[in-house]
Design a protein around this ligand. Structure first.
Ligand SMILES: Nc1nc2c(ncn2[C@@H]2O[C@H](COP(=O)(O)OP(=O)(O)OP(=O)(O)O)[C@@H](O)[C@H]2O)c(=O)[nH]1
Ligand SMILES: [Mg+2]
Length: 335
C-alpha cells in the first residue's frame, strides 16, 4: 500500500466496488443509437471492417503477419497459476497483458485462439461460468518459465529438506494472464487480487476487457471500466463472440440478418465508446473477435489483430515493413 500513497483512497474504494461488481447481476444496457441498415454483402464481409480504429492506426498485412509469426514460432506454453498477487515472481523481465471480463464471456477461448490452441486447449474452457479460478499465466516467445526448485544452500550438518518450488518467468517473451471472471459463480477475493494485479504489477502493459457482443455492456463491465480509469490502468475493449451477433454459423447469414447483426454490433460499440470518452488510459480503438468462427480461411475472427495489439502494448511489435525489433538490444532484424 505504501508504494501507492497518492492512490490509496481510490484504491481501497475501488476494491470495495470491484468486490461487489464481482458478485453483481447486471441488467442489459440497451443502446438508443439511431441506425441505418448496413449494406454489406455477406460474401464481402472481412474482419478488418469490424474493428474500429480510432487512436491507433490499423495494422497492415505485414504487421499482422509479424504478429501471427511471433505467436506461431514462440512455443506458447502454460507457466503456472497464482491465486495471490504476491505469488507472482516480482522480478520478472517480460511484459505482461491480461484478459478480463465477466465469467463466460470467452476469455480463455480467445486466449486459446491467440496461442494457436483452439483444438487442443491450453486454457480451460467451459460453458459453465466460473471455470477459471486463479490467475493463469502463459508465455509466448522467450525462454523458460514455469515452476522450478528454489536454490538453497543446505546448512552444515543439516540434511537436505524437501525441495521448495518457485514460480519464474524467462526473458524475451510476452506473458499473458488469463483472469477469473466477475459476475456469475465468481468470488470477491478474486476481484481483490485482480485489482491488486492491475494497479501494482509493474510488468502489466495493457488489460484487455472482453465485453460480450451479444449482451452488450453490463453494469459490472461499466463499473470495472470506471475502476480501470480511476486507477490509471491501460486498457482496451474487445467485443467477444461476434459470430453470435452476426449469425455466422457453418454458413454465412442472409444479407438482412447480417445487416441486423451489424447494427447491433455498432450499437454495442457506441455504448462502449460513450463510456471511454475523455479517458486517457483507455484505448478508444475497439476490436471484435470470435474464438469459434472465421471469416478468412484458417484464422479465427479478429485473433491476428488482438495478437498485434498485445505485441504493440508490450513493445514487441515490428515496424510497418515487417522488420522486428529485438527489444533488449534495440536492433532491427529482417525476417
Ligand atoms: N459462439 C461462440 N462461443 C464462444 C466463443 N468464445 C467462447 N465461447 C463459448 O463460451 C463459453 C465460455 O467460454 P470460456 O472461454 O470458458 O469463457 P471465460 O470467460 O474464460 O469463462 P470463466 O473462466 O468462467 O470466467 C464456452 O462454452 C465457449 O465454447 C465465441 O467466440 N463464439
Ligand atoms: Mg476462463
Amino acid at each position: 500500500m505504501e508504494l501507492f500513497p497518492r492512490r490509496h483512497h481510490v484504491f481501497t474504494q475501488s476494491i470495495r466496488r470491484l468486490q461487489s461488481s464481482w458478485r453483481s447481476r447486471a441488467r442489459l444496457l440497451s443502446s438508443n443509437a439511431e441506425s441505418t441498415a448496413e449494406q454489406i454483402l455477406p460474401s464481402s464481409l472481412v474482419t478488418e471492417s469490424l474493428h474500429h480504429y480510432v487512436d491507433v492506426r490499423a495494422p497492415n498485412t505485414l504487421e499482422l503477419k509479424h504478429a501471427d509469426r511471433f505467436f506461431a514460432s514462440g512455443n506458447p506454453r502454460f507457466l503456472f497459476s497464482a491465486s495471490l498477487l504476491r505469488e507472482l515472481p516480482q522480478k520478472s523481465p517480460s511484459p505482461e497483458v491480461a484478459f478480463l471480463g465477466r465469467s463466460n464471456v470467452g476469455k480463455s477461448s480467445v486466449l486459446n485462439a491467440l496461442l494457436n490452441r483452439s483444438a487442443q486447449h491450453l486454457a480451460h474452457v467451459s460453458s459453465r461460468p466460473g471455470r477459471t479460478r486463479a490467475m493463469n499465466v502463459f508465455a509466448v516467445g522467450g525462454e523458460g518459465g514455469g515452476l522450478r526448485e528454489r536454490k538453497r544452500v543446505p546448512k552444515k550438518g543439516q540434511q537436505d529438506e524437501q525441495p521448495e518450488l518457485e514460480r519464474w518467468i524467462g526473458r524475451g517473451g510476452l506473458v499473458i494472464v488469463d483472469m477469473p471472471g466477475y459476475g456469475k459463480a465468481s468470488r470477491s477475493e478474486w476481484g481483490e487480487q485482480i485489482l491488486k494485479y492491475l494497479c501494482k504489477r509493474t510488468q502489466m502493459r495493457r488489460a484487455f476487457l472482453l465485453v460480450d457482443a451479444e449482451h452488450g455492456l453490463k453494469n459490472a463491465d461499466a463499473d470495472l471500466l470506471d475502476i480501470l480509469h480511476e486507477n490509471n490502468v491501460p486498457h482496451q475493449i474487445i467485443l467477444s463472440k461476434v459470430d453470435k451477433v452476426l449469425g455466422i454459423k457453418s454458413k454465412m447469414p442472409s444479407q438482412a440478418k447480417l445487416a441486423r447483426g451489424l447494427k447491433t454490433l455498432r450499437q454495442v460499440r457506441e455504448a462502449v465508446q460513450e463510456k471511454l470518452v475523455g479517458r486517457p488510459t483507455a484505448l478508444q480503438t475497439i476490436l471484435c473477435c470470435s474464438a469459434e468462427k472465421s471469416l478468412e480461411r484458417g484464422k479465427k475472427l479478429g485473433v491476428d489483430s488482438i495478437r498485434w495489439a498485445a505485441l504493440s502494448a508490450s513493445g514487441l511489435e515490428c515496424d510497418e515493413y515487417g522488420n522486428s525489433r529485438v527489444p533488449d538490444i534495440g536492433v532491427f532484424v529482417n525476417h
